[in-house]
Design a protein around this ligand. Sequence first.
Ligand SMILES: Cc1cc2nc3c(=O)[nH]c(=O)nc-3n(C[C@H](O)[C@H](O)[C@H](O)COP(=O)(O)OP(=O)(O)OC[C@H]3O[C@@H](n4cnc5c(N)ncnc54)[C@H](O)[C@@H]3O)c2cc1C
Length: 472
Amino acid sequence: MPETIYDIAIIGSGPAGYTAAIRAGQYGLKTALIEKDGFLGGTCLHVGCIPTKALLFNAEIWDYLKDAKEFGIEGVDSRKLNWAAIQERKSKIVSKHAKGLEFLMRKNKVETLKGYGRLTGPAQNGVLTVELTGSDSKSNQIKTKNVILATGSEARMLPGLEPNDRILTNIEILGLKEIPKSLVIVGAGAVGVEFASIFRSFDSEVTILEMLPRLVPVEDEDVSKELARVFRRRGITFHTGAKVEKIDNMKAGIVVTFSVDGKQQKLEAEKILIAVGRKPRTDNIGLEKTHIKPDRGFIKTDSWMQTSEPGVYAIGDIVLGTPQLAHVGAMEGIVAVTKIAGKPGKPINPEHIPNCTYCHPEIGSVGLTEARAEELGYNVKIGKFPFTANSRASIVGAHEGFIKIVSDADYGEILGVHIIGPQATELIAEAVTTMEAEATVENLMWTIHAHPTLAEAMLDASNSVYGLAINA
Ligand SMILES: Cc1cc2nc3c(=O)[nH]c(=O)nc-3n(C[C@H](O)[C@H](O)[C@H](O)COP(=O)(O)OP(=O)(O)OC[C@H]3O[C@@H](n4cnc5c(N)ncnc54)[C@H](O)[C@@H]3O)c2cc1C
């Protein structure tokens, strides 16, 4: 039998890797998907996007039930949380989608290979060799014309700390057997505020410690302010500008020493979640045998996801300079495969990447913040519309937040859209499409939005750029 030479071998089956594999299969390329774990789907499906959003949905229902009387529903006063059942539902969703991925690989004739993949060096006569080490530590090699690295990331720890049953990363917190009575969260990025939201809904005492001056620091400042206001009202304590100095794991629980403006404080809690970002998993994948020189672990690529080693591409959380988000990795996978297949396509536009945080209230944003647009010298014009004035928001009983449009006064170009409030993570899709289509504020103003919908707030926000909002 002649030796198999794949068109593409993809290392890592997270959203970046599996999306690339499916698209490669659709293009009829001979494709191998290499995964070290016993299941497909990576961080996103198993310990990231999907399980957290499942828990957030439970939290949302639970919060609605707290206000049941307001909705005219009685008899739910004796409601009880069954944490084990909540966890089981979450696990079922994860397994269903992991099986779905196996089906999609078969459907698209992608060969899945279990084992740890490593590059062995530059291509010989246009063919790269990937070493594949199985769980029995036995290695073999596969040959391929192209490699896509999609090895993902893992939680960063604070120096000197190891995760255990009290000091948690996203992995341990998702497997908790009980809801903690008190929880400290270090880091107020998306992961931190989502877990804060979940466990506060389930009545944990939650305190967030954030080193930067505000919650969700990558978002527009107005969004951070609104989140802070609602979190305060929800009883979530937070300290910004807080530097964690020490975490002691005592018999009775965790003691965290931190300082704000040089003033030292101590906090006690049952558990602590470290959510200070994610480091790329590129340490042991053979980069040293190639021309790829990682930058703090991240891999530099061109806009078609090609690395400095011919025939080797990188996608997903390991890529330098693009946000560590599942949908970014997935699109990078499509971009890389499109390039390899020689099909028409286009690179990612970093200004058109939606950023969603699924805490309560939700956040969805795209493009430039007001501050960044000012910095870049645009003639900035803002439109802002509060959900208090939207009839659907009244119907669903969720009045917090607003839609803010950052536009350029000269041509009506939409530079950024920032939403905090009900269904913000769904509503942002309209803004992304609008910006991708290079439509203007005026185009949005003339787009008929169905009534009554939360999306009408987008129409009002666009009108408010010119002081013409109808409903406020
Ligand atoms: C708690 C949490 C919530 C999140 N929520 C969201 C969200 O709502 N929306 C969003 O867009 N993003 C979210 N993210 C981020 C998202 O999970 C990541 O951006 C995404 O998983 C990255 O995809 P990836 O394919 O690059 O890597 P990963 O998903 O990390 O997958 C990498 C895969 O590669 C495998 N692998 C690694 N090395 C090797 C090797 N040498 N050989 C073989 N296999 C290997 C790993 O086992 C893994 O399966 C969240 C992250 C966390 C932690």
